[in-house]
Design a protein around this ligand. Structure first.
Ligand SMILES: [Zn+2]
Length: 155
C-alpha cells in the first residue's frame, strides 16, 4: 500500500461510490461501524485550511446531499453520526491527505455506554470486524443508492 492511497486512483477505484467536482466519497476498507465512509478532496491537500472557498462550498454541498442519504441507510431511526478528521503529524492521522470519517451511530453499533469513546481508539488502530466481502457488499449498495457507475477498467 502506498503512503497516500487517496492520490492513487487504482487503489481506491473499487470503493468509490460518489464523485462531485472537487470531492469523492468512498467506503473505508477497515470500517469500525457499518456505513463508515470517507469524504476526500480530489486535490492533494493535507489540511482543511488549504481548501479554497470553492472547494469548501462543494464540500458543504456534498455533506448536505450525502450524509442524510447515508444515514437513511445505516441508522434511519436515530440519525446519529460522528464526523472526524485528523490533521497534522501529532493528531494520529494515518494518511497525509485530508479526509473526513463519517461514522453512522446507532444503539447497536457496539460503541454505546462505557465503550463509547473506544470508537476513536479502534479508528486509530484501524480495527475492524468486517471482511472485504462485507465492504464490497456495502460499496455495491451505496453505488446503487447514489447512481454511481464506475468507468470500466482499461484492458
Ligand atoms: Zn494525496
Amino acid at each position: 500500500m502506498s503512503v497516500d492511497p487517496f492520490c492513487n486512483t487504482d487503489e481506491i477505484s473499487g470503493t468509490i461510490f460518489h464523485k462531485t467536482e472537487h470531492f469523492m466519497i468512498l467506503y473505508d476498507i477497515r470500517p469500525v461501524v457499518r456505513g463508515h465512509v470517507l469524504f476526500i478532496p480530489k486535490r492533494h491537500v493535507t489540511d482543511l485550511l488549504e481548501l479554497t472557498g470553492e472547494e469548501v462550498g462543494d464540500m458543504h454541498r456534498t455533506f448536505a446531499h450525502a450524509i442524510p442519504k447515508i444515514l437513511g441507510i445505516y441508522c434511519p431511526k436515530e440519525q446519529s453520526y460522528d464526523i472526524t478528521s485528523q490533521i497534522g503529524a501529532y493528531s494520529g492521522r494515518t494518511v497525509p491527505h485530508l479526509h473526513f470519517h463519517l461514522l453512522p451511530r446507532s444503539k447497536d453499533d457496539g460503541y454505546q455506554g462505557e465503550s463509547s469513546s473506544s470508537i476513536y481508539e479502534d479508528l486509530k488502530l484501524e480495527k475492524t470486524h468486517f471482511s472485504r466481502k462485507d465492504v464490497d457488499a456495502e460499496v455495491y449498495l451505496l453505488r446503487k443508492e447514489f447512481g454511481y457507475k464506475p468507468a470500466p477498467r482499461p484492458v
